[in-house]
Design a protein around this ligand. Structure first.
Ligand SMILES: Cc1ncc(COP(=O)(O)O)c(C=O)c1O
Length: 437
């Protein structure tokens, strides 16, 4: 299939096709009703930025499996590394034993994350587990109970991570009481407000009226809000928030789970602001689709003793070699490609604003691009139904997209995407815009 250069999208059945229908019927009988499927895609295989469904329909994938398949689907070098490792050692548990892939990946992550201090790494299975680990570490290290996170943030769905998440009410409803000691303040939004001053004032108010700063263990913050709507904060936000954290001995815990691993055109998104975090949370793009997460923290901060935190599967050897290969490919050109093609994608999408009043804002960094839809630009009233119809229409034309926030379409293709694929995607997107006007 990777050598088949026939044009994509290539639709050979109505959607969903007969095999997809059968698969979906079976799936929906047995899987959890909590899953959210925006359209009936039944994936069979993938390469690069292409997904083929079970009926042989080929789609341009601008979701990368929710911002995961950074090197493209089934990158041959990642697959080869996994296959070689699978013949050698599938599992031994890095919490209790030693093996080279875990050591090599920990060393690599310590070297490439921002900051020149010595660092240590804890490997996990997912984003939520990385956040969970960071939450525990921040409390443990500081001996403080409280943390501050941001409205609109998504940090995962396990109890600790969910307590920090403030994205959609449905994600929290019915699961309380959540972890005590978490407070949310607004995240700055250059297009809609609030301003950085407003947000920092809310934190100062908390310090003044509710929790003294010296009882706050950490700020948990996404460099760019992901699920919340692909919101890039103003240039002074991270530097000022970091300064406040430093002033009060509060850990700066950056959730790079969606924005990291090259997606924004820098290996780590926080590098755009020249801020050195205390703890970095990783997952998603780290291992090109293998389930792996990590936290990286300054060595003096990761001071928990043996037995205080561990995991059976985290740092699985297959995932570690996939991550090492992923990082090699990212450093070897894919981060640069994300920066270059991301600029191109934003430019092409911005060109549509003159034609379509429904486009309120086009924003992003690298290949983390959001298009916010509104009823009209003057009122900025969100247009969530049009957003959903637009995404459905794009699927029917062979382009895979996802929403984020209330009314934003996210473009997060694999970092191997090229300009021709972007041109095709933008033309399908433009056609869909004409259908929903
Ligand atoms: C910024 C961020 N943090 C954490 C998570 C949770 O990751 P996972 O679904 O792997 O638990 C996500 C997932 O979307 C995310 O975008």
């Amino acid at each position: 299939m990777p050598n088949d250069r026939s044009p994509v999208p290539r639709l050979v059945t109505s959607l969903p096709g007969p095999k997809a229908k059968a698969l979906i019927d079976g799936d929906e009988r047995y899987t959890s009703p909590s899953y959210t499927r925006p359209y009936p895609l039944a994936a069979h295989r993938g390469f690069g930025a292409v997904i083929e469904d079970v009926d042989g329909n080929r789609f341009l994938d601008f979701t990368a499996g929710i911002a995961v398949c950074s090197t493209g689907h089934c990158h041959p070098e990642v697959v080869a590394a996994i296959k070689t490792q699978a013949d050698t050692l599938l599992h031994m548990s890095g919490t209790d034993f030693y093996y080279a892939p875990q050591r090599d990946l920990a060393q690599k992550l310590a070297e490439i994350t921002p900051g020149s201090d010595a660092k240590r790494v804890f490997l996990t299975n997912s984003g939520a587990e990385s956040v969970e680990a960071a939450f525990k570490l921040a409390r443990f290290h500081t001996g403080r109970k409280h943390v501050i996170a941001f409205s609109g943030a998504f940090h995962g769905r396990t109890m600790g991570a969910l307590s920090l998440t403030s994205s959609k009410a449905v994600q929290r409803a019915g699961f309380g009481p959540l972890i005590p000691g978490v407070r949310h303040v607004d995240f700055p939004n250059p297009w809609r407000g609030p301003s950085v001053d407003d947000c920092l004032r809310q934190i100062e108010k908390i310090f003044h009226h509710i929790v003294p700063a010296n009882e706050v263990a950490a700020f948990f913050v996404e460099p760019i809000q992901g699920e919340g709507g692909y919101i890039v904060p103003p240039p002074d936000f991270h530097p000022r928030l970091k300064k406040l954290a430093e002033h009060h001995g509060i850990c700066y815990a950056v959730d790079e789970i969606q924005a990291g691993m090259g997606r924004t055109g820098r290996l780590f998104a926080i590098e755009h602001w020249n801020v050195v975090p205390d703890i970095v949370c990783l997952a998603k793009g780290l291992a090109s689709g293998m389930p792996l997460g990590a936290i990286v923290a300054r060595a003096d901060l990761m001071d928990w003793p043996p037995g205080s935190h561990g995991t059976t599967f985290g740092g699985n050897p297959l995932c570690c070699v996939a991550a090492l290969e992923t990082i090699r490919l990212l450093e070897g050109g894919l981060v640069a490609n994300a920066a270059r093609t991301g600029d191109y994608l934003r430019k092409r999408l911005a060109e549509l604003t003159d034609r379509f009043e429904v486009i309120g804002d086009v924003r992003g960094l690298g290949l983390m691009v959001g298009v916010e839809l509104v009823r009209d630009r003057a009122s900025k009233e969100p247009a969530p139904l049009q957003r959903d119809r637009l995404i459905e229409h794009c699927f029917r034309k062979g382009l895979l997209l996802l929403g984020c926030g209330e009314n934003t379409v996210r473009f997060c293709p694999p970092l191997v995407v090229g300009e021709m694929e972007i041109d095709t995607a933008v033309s399908i997107f433009a056609d869909a815009l004409t259908q929903i006007q």
